[in-house]
Design a protein around this ligand. Structure first.
Ligand SMILES: Nc1ncnc2c1ncn2[C@@H]1O[C@H](COP(=O)(O)OP(=O)(O)O)[C@@H](O)[C@H]1O
Ligand SMILES: O=c1ccn([C@@H]2O[C@H](COP(=O)(O)OP(=O)(O)O)[C@@H](O)[C@H]2O)c(=O)[nH]1
Length: 238
């Protein structure tokens, strides 16, 4: 594995992936494996903050399709991300890694409130900061949260660890002829309308000059590989 090309990153973990072989909820062995990958990546000397999605429990759009208002559905989705962070935090600590969950919502019995200073402090002390609760606002996604928090804490890149190994010309799960891009500019990603990430996230990354690396979390060790500038991935930058 090569020397890391980033000093501080935000890793966005797919909530959906946390369900493992199940269709819903949290699969413990999947969380333990992801925790191991994060600890190995931290071992390369890179400061790591993590944003976890909530799609394994609730997605606002899906909840609202069943009759709940969209803001309430989105709040349920954001609370789902808190549960995922609590599960991941425990797994990291069990493996000996210092981790601190910081939420966009005030919930003192559950975890601390996210502030930029608290996140910076955790990273400075060698801990992994788990940034829970999304942006705290409905109508956003955890992809946008990852870019927002990366810009706030001065990260060098957003690593989107998802269930595909990059950005394709079309959804690879629907179109077998779709081809993977090695590299795209933010403007090309926006113009292409590639659904692997929402437009707000790409636009904020362009505005803040943040590279986004899209890669598969299913590949064990992929976070460390990507930190070394290698592996199958799409780099969205420039
Ligand atoms: N152009 C595309 N390139 C890659 N993936 C795409 C594209 N269009 C749609 N997708 C789909 O996007 C999904 C990843 O996005 P999403 O479900 O939001 O991930 P996450 O759970 O990591 O937030 C993949 O499952 C893939 O099928
Ligand atoms: O700032 C945010 C982040 C997330 N969400 C809600 O939380 C859900 C879970 O997040 P996301 O869909 O991004 O998770 P993932 O796709 O990574 O599992 C979303 O569907 C939204 O309903 C939100 O309302 N605001």
């Amino acid at each position: 594995m090569g020397e890391p090309i980033y000093r501080r990153v935000v890793v966005k973990l797919s909530g959906e992936y946390f369900a493992g072989p199940q269709s819903y909820g949290i699969d413990q062995s999947t969380i333990d494996r992801v925790a191991g990958d994060l600890i190995a990546a931290r071992g390369l000397g890179v400061e790591i903050a993590v944003v976890v999605g909530g799609g394994n429990i609730f997605r606002g759009v899906e909840v609202s399709a069943r009759g709940v208002s969209r803001p309430t559905g989105d709040t349920m989705g954001m609370l789902a991300t808190v549960m995922n962070c609590l599960a991941l935090g425990e797994a990291l600590q069990r493996h000996g890694q210092k981790a601190r969950t910081l939420s966009s919502f005030v919930m003192p019995q559950v975890c601390e409130l996210y502030t930029r200073a608290a996140a910076q402090q955790t990273l400075g002390e060698g801990g992994i900061a788990l940034l829970a609760g999304g942006t705290g606002n409905p109508f956003f996604t955890t992809d946008t949260t990852a870019v927002l928090r990366a810009a706030e804490i001065g990260a060098d890149a957003v690593l989107k660890a998802t269930n595909v190994d990059g950005v394709y010309s079309a959804d690879p799960k629907r179109d077998p002829k779709a081809t993977r891009f090695e590299r795209l500019t933010h403007s090309e990603a926006l113009a292409g309308g590639y659904k692997v990430m929402d437009a707000t996230a790409f636009a904020l990354a362009r505005e803040t000059s943040l590279p986004i690396i899209v890669f598969s979390i299913a590949e064990p060790g992929s976070i460390g590989t990507v930190l070394g500038g290698a592996g199958r991935a799409t780099v969205v930058a420039g």
